[in-house]
Design a protein around this ligand. Structure first.
Ligand code: GAL
Length: 679
């Protein structure tokens, strides 16, 4: 049972609330109306440092004591945020060393949020003190269910270049490498005479001509940022565990340069995500070619890879936008409810809307809460009331049940951080991720994301009959051994161009491409080219059928090295016309596919057709492309992302939980409609 389900049998629905933003006379009515909507939990305080500590060392809990007591009187549970994302002006004015800086040394100043660094000893002192004071004060409060550490670690910026960060990085590399010789080797400093002869010469990357720092140093910089972020979160988690041992601990967000898997397994009870699907609305309003808000499902799969059961700490509850940017249209009728079920379908057991009422001041006056300023009923409130009523009835049938997927996309932090800076790889990763997620969505094949980590075991991989590891340029010996065993053990592994040529330092191996993967793929790469508008990617053709397989962004010409490997498609243009583009190899009891390109949607569909990968809807439901299927235990979610009604056909009778009745045959699902079915 997950930590969330342990804390309650029913689905916990709620909202982010800022008592400090409102006249106290509103609180009673606000909490009463929350309860009426079916809410059971509110998050507070994550930006309220100056309320708790208006002056250095002077603490005041009165305002939140009154707010929490009022929430408690209304039967609401409370999540306390630690306010360390918003240091008070008195602190940063007195201790500017607590502030973050840009790479060029310009220091971020008071006036926004997240302008601090994780390294400064003085900032850590103040953070520890406020978190200790708060957790001691609220550790036994009957309303407090748990804690959110900071707010969205590494949001706004995930780069840190203050003096304190340079010093902490120097210490980090010393611990990692021990000697300068080892550091010089790992960073390849013999290239362009970058050799370090004293630790004092070592910094985080700094401004340089052409904005091109040493790539191996930059990869370590990201690893350092991740470790440093986790160590900042650890300070807080340890204090809360000590002072508030009966309350759970989480943090929210999914941001860069942070190994959320390590942080969660080392520090948290579960992970929380903030879901704003409207960020995708800028693209393709007609929803013809991209997934738009359905893309969020992949981020939710990523969240699920961190915590099988998670909390959505902030669910978009209206149009969004800061006063100066991120201008978003209003969610159409039904869309907020759809997004809520999207989160739940993917594993949320607790969900809070952001936010109760739109702020009347500050940067977020266009980031809409459920309530407008006037507090009269509106469309958003009606929609949330419907969700509250529905989850009150069926929520406990969903919570604690696990998402079902037979297909997984492999990821790892080394490759995603290395590729951020690598112009030969970054576009391939984006393209392939988009193609795989779209094709799998359209074919109604639910997908998990699995991170390759130090502790990843063969059985973690063998749970999935099929794995895609599209462009693992960094492939360590351990990971290669695991993948080899997976394929030999009966799995099907699909890989793409630029696999396996780097080691964990990001340096290139002096063996044929695709490095260790040649073993299970049964091929090597004899020639290759990056493709761009001046050198378009070649077309290819399937061996078994007279149909085209478009390639994208990169072309590798493959040589078959093993008797068990076969050519599935060959190039039909460019100077390598006739060369192998896609191969399949029988390795042990499994199969290994290798495409010498980024994956286009057509390539993905062609591979899945040939593998015969089933959908869990097969045999009982015909679903149109617009509908996503997600399954948790015996509960099936069918979500229509289109702004038109669609038709579904049930081949067997199914139990419709939301409308309490059965469904059979051809039925219409309204625009943005949701079906929750028990099978
Ligand atoms: C989140 C953040 C919230 C609020 C929201 C809307 O990233 O945690 O505090 O800013 O976005 O912008």
């Amino acid at each position: 049972m997950s930590a969330i389900s342990r804390s309650s049998d029913s689905f916990q629905l709620g909202v982010c609330y800022y008592p400090e933003h409102w006249n106290e006379s509103l609180w009673e009515d606000d909490f009463r109306r929350m309860k009426e909507l079916g809410f059971s939990i509110v998050r507070v305080a994550e930006f309220a440092w100056t309320i708790f500590e208006p002056e250095d060392g002077k603490f005041s809990f009165d305002l939140f004591d009154r707010a929490l007591d009022e929430a408690h009187r209304h039967g609401l549970k409370v999540i306390m945020g630690t306010p360390t994302a918003t240091p008070p002006a008195w602190l940063t004015e007195r201790y500017p060393e607590a502030l973050n800086a840009r790479q060029d040394g310009v220091v971020y100043r008071h006036g926004q949020r997240r302008h601090y660094n994780y390294s400064s000893p003085v900032y850590r002192f103040y953070c520890e003190r406020i978190v200790r004071k708060m957790s001691q004060h609220y550790g036994n409060h009957p309303a407090v269910a748990g804690w959110q550490i900071d707010n969205e670690l590494n949001c706004e910026t995930n780069e840190f270049y203050s003096d304190a960060d340079h010093i902490a990085f120097r210490q980090w590399v010393r611990t990692k490498y021990g000697t300068l010789d080892k550091l010089n080797e790992a960073w390849g400093t013999v290239f362009w005479s970058q050799t370090y002869t004293d630790w004092q010469q070592v910094y985080l990357t700094r401004p340089n001509p052409s904005d091109s720092p040493n790539p191996h140093q930059l990869l370590d910089e990201k690893r350092f940022i991740s470790d440093n972020t986790i160590s900042f979160a650890r300070l807080q988690a340890d204090i809360i565990r000590e002072s508030a041992p009966r309350q759970w601990v989480t943090t929210n967000g999914l941001f860069g340069h942070l190994d959320n898997h390590a942080m969660t397994s080392e520090l948290l009870d579960f992970f929380s995500y903030d879901s704003y699907p409207q960020f995708s609305a800028f693209e393709d309003p007609e929803n013809t070619s991209s997934l738009r808000d359905r893309k969020w499902s992949l981020s939710l799969s990523e969240t699920r890879s961190i915590s099988a059961h998670f909390c959505v700490m902030e669910q978009q509850s209206g149009p969004g936008g800061w006063v100066n940017r991120m201008d978003m249209p209003a969610p159409r009728p039904g869309q907020m409810r759809l997004w809520t079920y999207q989160s739940i379908a993917h594993g949320a057991d607790m969900l809070l809307y952001f936010r109760w009422r739109t702020a009347t001041m500050g940067t977020e006056i266009y980031w809409h809460g459920i309530n407008d300023y006037h507090n009269r009923p509106n469309r958003r409130l009606h929609e949330v009331a419907q969700v509250g009523e529905e989850l009150g009835r069926i929520g406990n049938l969903i919570t604690g049940k696990s998402f079902q997927a037979q297909f997984a996309i492999l990821e790892d932090y080394d490759n995603s951080w290395d590729a951020e800076f690598d112009a030969w790889v970054r576009p391939l990763r984006w393209k392939s991720k988009e193609s795989w997620s779209k094709a799998l969505q359209e074919r109604h094949i639910p997908v998990d994301i699995v991170y390759m980590r130090e502790g990843t075991k063969l059985e973690d991989l063998l749970r999935y009959p099929v794995l895609v590891y599209a462009h693992a340029t960094i492939l360590t010996e351990n990971r290669a051994a695991l993948l080899d065993a997976y394929v030999r053990g009966g799995g099907t592994l699909i890989m793409g161009a630029r696999t396996g040529y780097k080691d964990e330092r990001g340096q290139c191996r002096m063996i044929p491409f695709p490095g260790f993967a040649a073993n299970w793929c049964g091929i090597t790469v004899e020639d290759f080219t990056l493709c761009n508008p001046n050198f378009p990617a070649a077309s290819a053709q399937w061996t078994d059928e007279d149909s085209a397989l478009p390639t994208a962004l990169f072309n590798e010409v493959l040589t078959v090295e093993s008797e068990t490997a076969e050519i599935m498609a060959s190039y039909t243009s460019q100077y390598y016309s006739g060369g192998a583009a896609l191969t399949r190899n029988r390795h042990g009891d499994g199969w290994s596919w290798y495409l010498g390109s980024a994956f286009t949607e057509e390539a993905v569909h062609g591979i899945l057709d040939r593998m015969g990968t089933p959908s869990p809807a097969d045999g009982w439901a015909d679903l149109p492309k617009q509908v996503e299927i997600a399954i948790r235990g015996d509960i099936v979610f069918l979500l229509n992302y289109s702004h038109e009604p669609v038709r579904l056909n049930f081949l067997v009778q199914v139990n419709d939980l939301l409308r309490s009745g059965s469904l059979f045959g051809n039925i219409e699902l309204e625009a943005y409609g949701v079906l929750v079915i028990q099978r």
